[in-house]
Ligand binder design. Sequence first.
Ligand SMILES: Cc1ncc(COP(=O)(O)O)c(C=O)c1O
Length: 379
Amino acid sequence: MIPCQRSLFDIPDEITYFNCGYMSPLMTSVSEAGIRGIMRKSNPWELSPVDFFTESAEARRLFAELINARESDIAIIPAASYGLAVAARNITIEPGQHILVLQDQFPSNIYCWQELCKEQDGKIKTIEAPANKDWTSKVLAEINTETAVAALPHCLWTDGGLLDLEKIGARLREVGAKLVLDVTQSLGAMPLDIARIKPDFLIAAAYKWLLGPYTVGFMYIAPDHQDGIPLEHNWINRKGSEDFSTLVDYQNDFQPGAVRFDMGQRANFALMPMAVTALRQLLDWGVENIYETLTARTTLIADAGRDMGLSSVPLSHRAGHFLGLEFKGGVPKTLLQALAADKIFVSARGNSLRVTPHLYNNDQDTARLIQALEKVTGR
Ligand SMILES: Cc1ncc(COP(=O)(O)O)c(C=O)c1O
């Protein structure tokens, strides 16, 4: 268990922030890295060509370590939607085949597949939410030889419903289907091992559980797909781009590995050092330890919620860092506003109040949230 890390953040005592699934606050060290990065652009005569490569290489290396991949398997992207578009651009489906998605999945992991189906005469097959909360069995039951792709999260962004990606990945390989993962709502808080799950593509935006800046993300591309087509063709992804004096010796070849899929201007001097600082801290804490610590906090809140008649997905089928407290008749319309007036910040998704803590939360936060919910439910 990791002790409370609130002092690393700039969060006033009276703020109770249980909304990491919306956007994480930045650690002070991360904001400072960003400010230093902005100031470098004030003095561009101090930036040399090598600076366009070093920070992004370090970010790639750290992200690779987080998921047990190789640095050369990682591309730098600005948003989950960009990474998912890269995946969709590099997947071919046979007419009539389907792409599996979950009911109420996040839209960035839906629209690109709808477009692919239009272009290639495929179908979207939406898996309905299981009454018993067991998404894994439901997904496994839907995979067959007609499946071209499963485009999935590790846990659902509304209530934290969990998928066993190792089992699902193995079944998809049996039928020759691809696995594309958007792990924006889990990576950094929940352990994940590429070598066990073996996805074709994995995408994560950095501004939630990776504790990084907005408009930065990372993408894993399996070696089999690394000769694919990038979304855009920029100069830095081509062979020999380190030598600025020969850039107009236009190159057909790319930099090795997944680098060819990097977004343009990936050497972002303000945002990249922020991502690097945040990734270093996550690795330092250890994702398993983060997961265990956050699970303990959501379990306390889930138990208190149950006593108030607010159900949640049982821990056996829920990601530990994530909690949805379900209100039978829907989340009361004025609840978020009332909680915000008390400086308690959560989200509402569907019928659930989404409670997503991080290491900055303390026992006082938990007590304040429970007390506020007791007031609303009258228990
Ligand atoms: C599951 C999931 N994926 C991705 C995102 C962000 O998508 P994008 O980076 O395309 O804005 C969110 C934001 O809430 C999300 O919940």
